[in-house]
Ligand binder design. Structure first.
Ligand code: COA
Length: 330
């Protein structure tokens, strides 16, 4: 059996937080944000929307487009760093309940912005080992819930949203996900971290007073490693599969920062028109960024059946990975 990506869907909350809105909240300005990041606005979930609500709505679209009955889904995996609940139940379980599924394996993974590439690696293995047949994978984030809106170095970057896909078993090799490479190095953990509310710095008054529950980042250092790793990821997976950038129909890098994407794209010789670019309107949505970008290209007719997509991700951990995925949907 081969694993095939049969559909893509996404959901973004309706509320827009623009750079001009942020100017009123912290000492920043639109020009600085656009010049350094390419971001113009991001979406913010409402108070009563949890990560699973975003993931559920993205999942509905992916299920409908895959043309399967939801009861055929035998595994749900959600990648998130902003789960509904700190420990349990998992966001994947909450999404399964919202879908009305009562007997399905469901769990979360935490791989930060590389979450969607890790999901593809997992789904591929479950299918190739003949363990599961129709897998719903979801990258969903309500990053506004772990963002410090008094910290101008991080709050300008992040947004909320979700993307989902159905990966199904197929006997047709032409539809198969070609390859996935994913890795991590925890020695870089401190550079991008939510230090509080886990077992290391538990939920205690003194930790909350120091805002340890929010994301902290050494932006400059992250930037350098991100460009280097996102580039070497692509070189490695193309070489391993005896391909060049010319064989790729669509390049979908993690949407963290326009300057990072541009640096990687030009080094690797991908034309602009083949490169996904949605950071401008959504900011960095971590595990949701790649499927959201893929969904927008699909909806605008820029991804069609048989196209070879190259996904390229990097995130906290550090984690990183790339995937060569043929679009097997309609
Ligand atoms: N508005 C205005 N000025 C700001 C600012 C903001 N929002 N944030 C920082 N600054 C200031 C700094 O205080 C600094 O001022 P100084 O020179 O007086 O000390 C100056 O701008 C430059 O800061 P610096 O951090 O060197 O900017 P930068 O060019 O590295 O850009 C980031 C900052 C965060 C945009 C950039 O480092 C980045 O994108 N890093 C990667 C982040 C990322 O993608 N993380 C997720 C990976 S998955």
């Amino acid at each position: 059996m081969y694993a095939a990506l049969k559909s893509i869907g996404s959901y973004v909350p309706s509320r827009v937080l623009s750079n001009f809105d942020l100017e009123k909240m912290v000492d920043t300005n639109n020009e600085w944000i656009v010049k350094r990041t390419g971001i113009k606005e991001r979406r913010i979930a409402s108070e009563d929307e949890a990560t699973s609500d975003l993931g559920y709505k993205a999942a509905l679209k992916a299920i409908e487009r895959a043309d399967i009955d939801k009861n055929e889904i035998d595994l749900i995996i959600c990648a998130t760093i902003s789960p509904d609940y700190l420990a349990m139940p998992s966001t994947a379980c909450m999404i399964s309940a919202k879908l009305g599924l009562k007997d399905v394996m469901a769990f979360d993974i935490s791989a930060a912005c590389t979450g969607f590439v890790y999901l593809i690696a997992l789904a591929k293995s479950f299918i190739e080992s003949n363990t599961k047949k129709n897998i719903l994978i979801i990258g969903a984030e309500k990053l506004s819930s772990i963002t410090d809106y008094t910290d101008r170095t991080t709050c300008i970057l992040f947004g909320d949203g979700a993307g989902a896909a159905i990966i199904s078993a197929t006997e047709d090799k032409n539809e198969a996900i070609v390859d996935v490479m994913a890795s991590a190095d925890g020695n870089y953990g401190d550079l991008l971290i939510t230090p509080g509310c886990g077992s290391k710095n538990p939920i205690r008054k003194e930790n909350l007073e120091q805002n340890l529950q929010y994301m902290k980042m050494k932006g400059n250092e992250v930037f350098k490693v991100a460009v280097k790793t996102l580039t070497s990821d692509v070189v490695a997976i193309l070489e391993k599969n005896s391909l060049t950038s010319k064989d790729v129909d669509v390049f979908i890098p993690h949407q963290a920062n326009y300057r990072i994407i541009e640096a990687v794209r030009t080094k690797l010789d991908f034309p602009v028109e083949k490169t996904a670019l949605s950071v401008e309107k959504y900011g960095n949505t971590s595990s949701a960024s790649i499927p959201m970008a893929m969904n927008d290209l699909y909806e605008s007719g820029q991804i069609k059946k048989g196209d070879l997509m190259l996904l390229d991700a990097f995130g906290g951990g550090f984690t990183w990975g790339s995937a060569l995925v043929r679009f097997a949907g309609n």
